[in-house]
Each structure stands twice: as structure tokens, then as C-alpha cells.
Design a protein around this ligand. Sequence first.
Ligand code: GAF
Length: 365
Amino acid sequence: MTRDGVFEAPGRINLIGEHTDYNDGFVLPIALSHSVRVRAHRRDDGVLRMASRQVGGTAELSVADLRPGVVTGWAAYVAGVVWALREAGHPIGGFDLLVDGTVPPGAGLSSSAALESATALAVTELSGIALDRRELARIAQRAENEFVGVPCGIMDQSASLLAWERHALLLDTRTLAVEHIPFDPVAAGLALLVVDTKAPHRLVDGEYAARRRDCHRAAELLGVAALRDLVGEPRDLPEKLVPRVRHVVGENARVLEVADLLRAGRVHEVGPLLTASHESLRDDFEVTVPELDVAVEALLHEGALGARMTGGGFGGCVVALVEESAADACAAAVRSAFAGHGYTKPESWTATAAGGARRVVEPPG
Ligand code: GAF
């Protein structure tokens, strides 16, 4: 069994389906060409040594000593995966792991899920343990929930591990059933413009957990296993929970509508559904911040077919579907709107759907 290897896992952009994954609902992300790389070497002494090229610094401890709380910062995402694998009964021993990557941290593009996914693939493959990628996604999510302490759903890890190039990933987060739907806006004369608003995004802040609690409480009061199961209008709910439920029910329906349009090759028509998703996240789920709303407004004003925040919200990125010829003007419109508001200069680029986590074959020598 080989001891050494380089593994790579992508960040993601979610096309639509926000705050649905912890309600057993549907999501439709794509993987990005930005990725995290883990250079791994299996050791025989049970020591886990982690280093990061991006952040600098190393952390070292025995795998036998792994437990939540003993490692913090970026290394917790790595150590957490080894811990979660061992908790699930997989005999992972010591490793040297050197982390590097191009997913900007803190931009809401799932740099943490990419790090977890690359680590999971590296340490299992080099230990000769063959696990289904859905299982790897569950393990990576457990690492983040229980070891790092972030109560995320399973969308980001699934996108990083299961996505295909030039396809969007329709994921049923209840069953983890997936469908890869062709998604190639460039072939349709369109571009998927991503705007990093630079408004810092932090899932560890209490708001994400608060939304999760709202949803679970609403499901409990409505007598359903999860909001995914709700049919029709909610009744007899505390007033504050009604818009939360409306968002989740509407968002699940929008994901399925976008999936239908993509299957039918009608990518030009998904714009209004993206914009409706943003409005719902802004008004009903209340997870946007002014930078996200200003970016979406500027993009739509400049003629984008649709635009929305992507990811958990409270900062991070906006994604817009635009005519390819209008991409530069749309990006410029956001820059100018941000300058007018005195916000930090945003960064924009066009994204294509990349493939999921993989072993990197390096040229010899
Ligand atoms: C974050 C979480 F990590 C995901 O699980 C998901 O809930 C998303 O926010 C909102 O859709 O990215």
C-alpha cells in the first residue's frame, strides 16, 4: 500500500437551495475550480502532524489523544476528520499532512468542507480503506459538527466530494440521493458571475445555529419530522417562525423547479428563481447583510438574469446568471455601487462547474 499522495478537493458555490440541508431538503451546488490540496504521508508511529502553507504553523499530537477541544483553528478541520473516522471504527493511524489551497477562507465558498474532504480522501485512501463518498461526506460533517463545533448541514461536504465537472449536483439531503444535471452556462452564451463581497462571513456566530433551532422548533410544533415534509400553509405557529417556514418550503420548491429547467436545457429561464431565493433569504429568513443586498440590486439593475447570495449568508458571496457579454459590466456595476456605499472593494470572477475531490497525479521527478 502506497504511503504518499496528494489529494485535492474543491470549494463550492450553491446555485440554489439555501438553509434547506438541515431541514432534510434539496440543494443544487456546483464545485469550483478553487480547491484545497493535502500532501499526505502515512507514518507508523501514530503521530498526526499537520502544517499549513497558507496559514503557517504546525500542530502535532498522537491520534490516540484526539478528542473535541484538543485542537483548534484550521487544524481542527483536519484532526476532526481523523477523529471522526476513528470514531466510526476505521483504523486511521499517524500521518504528516501538509495543507495548501486556493479557496479563499471566510468567503463562504466552503474552504473548510474542501479541507475536510481532501483530508478524508487522503487518509482513507492511503490507509487502504475504501468508503463510499456519501459516507465520507457524513464523516466530514460529523468532524465539523462535533470536533470543530460548527452546526453545518451536509451540502458543502457532499458538493466537494460528489460533484462532476460541467454538472450541478442535485442532492436530496435526507437520503443523500444525487443526480448530476448538466450545467454549462458558457455553452448557452451565459456566465455565472461570482462576487465576493468581502463582508466577513462566520458560521460560528450564533445566527446560523439560531436559524437551525427555529426550523427544528417549527417542525416539532407542526408535527413533521423535518420542514421538508410540510405540505401546504403552516398553521398555529408562533408569528416569528412563519417566515422561516415559508422560506424553507418555498426554497425546496425552487430547487426542484431549477432542476427541471436545467434538465430541459432551459438555463436562460432560471434567473427569476435565483432572485426569488435571495428575496426570501433577505425578507423571510433574514440572513443577508447590506453588502449582499446591494450587490444583488446592482447586478439586477445592470441586467443580470438573476442574482442571489450563496452559502450561509451574513456576508460572503453573491452568484448571478448573466449574459456572457454583460459579465464585465455587471462586475463593474457592483464595484461602483460598493464604492458609493463606502464598502470594501469586491472581487468578481466567472465560475464553471468543476469536478469533485480527487487524487492528484503528479509528474515524476
Ligand atoms: C453553510 C452550511 F455549512 C451548509 O450546510 C448550509 O446550511 C448553508 O450554509 C446554507 O444553505 O454553508
